[in-house]
Design a protein around this ligand. Sequence first.
Ligand code: HEM
Length: 532
Amino acid sequence: MALSLTSIVAVLAIFYFIYSYINSAIAERKFQKFARDNGCSAPFISANKLPWGIDRLWIILRAQSTGLDVLDDLIYKGQAAVKWTNEGSGIFGRKGLSTSEPKNLQAVLATKFKDFEQGELRHKQFGALLGVNVFNSDGPFWEHSRAMIRPQFSRDQINDLDDTEHSTQLFVQAIPIGADGWGELDIGPLFYRFTLDTATAFLFGSSVDSLKAALPGVDVKQLRNEAERFAQERSKADVNFSEAVSLAQTFLANRIRLQGLYWLADTPAFRRSVAYIRNFTGYYVQMALNATGGDAEKGYNTSKKYNLMTALASECRDEVELRDQILALLFAGRDTTSALLSWVFLEIAQRPDVQQKLRQAVQDDFGNDAQKLNFATLKSCKYLQHVLNETLRYWPTVPVNNRTAVRDTVLPVGGGPNRDQPVAVRKGQLVNMMMYAMHRRKDIWGEDALEFKPERWESRKLDWAFVPFSGGPRICLGQQFALTEAAYLTVRILQTFDKIEWAGPAGKPRKGLGLTLFPRDGVRVRVRKAVR
Ligand code: HEM
């Protein structure tokens, strides 16, 4: 008797399930043996109420409307309750290990670097805009990218602060000051413009000067430069570069939140922004390729001072790769640095004691002189550095991060009832690194861990409990660039305004979580121009 098609499919399905079951049972036995051989103990397992972590995803997605503080109420308290390491079935059933242990972060990021990678998901989440680049690749392509880009972040390039001063002056002009010498504004959006302008000057050789659009009485359309007109024509997006970047950034953040369903965050507006940004950047890439290929007729000013695009163009002739590498740097650097500045000024405005001490340090080291500011002098201004460090501890702009294990491996702590035993990690397992929680642990930072206190840095050395820029071979490439820009602008603002008062909502600041952690209600301040 011939079997029907349905019966054949059913038999095959049963065989497939049996095969998968046996396979995973064998893999689990192998993994358990691996764990035993390496002296590992089981991690604390957190159970979800609904399958595949749907309840958790739902809570996170609704956080804005319910007022839940994901970092404090869910992550910090959750990590404290499980003694800083646990395993949970992540969103859509992917088992993840979450940890706020310095030793584990050190292992993932440095000592066991080869056992982990960014993983496929990250490539897909960012790929729609950024293609493949230093930020979202692994293996040989990442090594090649990093080796090519790293020398361009040398101290000499960072020390060229002419463009930074140019943007600082626009920044100050964009602050409306009344006849009484006072002005009130949300200073946060200006930080976004500032970091976009200084980053584009460094990367493209020419700042997009988005701060000009914030000056009083300016016709924004008149400001569009050639690259913007070029991008607009081709992408049919009626935006400028800064608007396109903001929109794309929001979509990228949503793609991260949606995890495996990242592809849902996609609309025609997002695609138009992507096309705009790629064309805009492509315009500069073409000029850099022409310039470095000796085609002077194309009009690129080769005598212009250093810029990263031209430097990279002499090593990489692939137009698309060059574009994606530059874009990755821009996206990795803009929001992170502006979020840092936003938190610094939120704290300075809310804490007159910190402001007073910082102002004194600035006066002592620099007076009112912009000429004295450079990489070395900014670094040696101790209290300024303490304020920056404390801001990055208390408000880490990248509050959580993750890696995927590429083989069965072991992390030094987190197993057993006291979480002090090694813990085994499966190949393919996600390890979530909870920097925000780790930066606020009382057993590491003291009873005052939940206070903003720059003075703690007088006696503290940098170690793996403090990783705002990550660590190991993939440590942030722009760390010194970002710290120099942030320190420079902070000093110049304090030289220009002698009082900064908080004018935003009272109480605990609400957090915004996009690609970075930022003050959700902005940074509303009242400032008084210093009289000289
Ligand atoms: C306060 C400012 C900044 C913070 C807090 C910050 C933080 C970080 C963190 C945590 C990572 C690790 C990401 C990961 O491995 O998953 C990273 C990587 C990176 N950052 Fe930054 N960043 C900042 C500014 C910048 C700037 C200004 C640039 C460039 C202009 C930049 C370029 C990069 C690049 C290229 C990577 C990838 C490095 C690699 O994977 O080899 N960052 N950053």
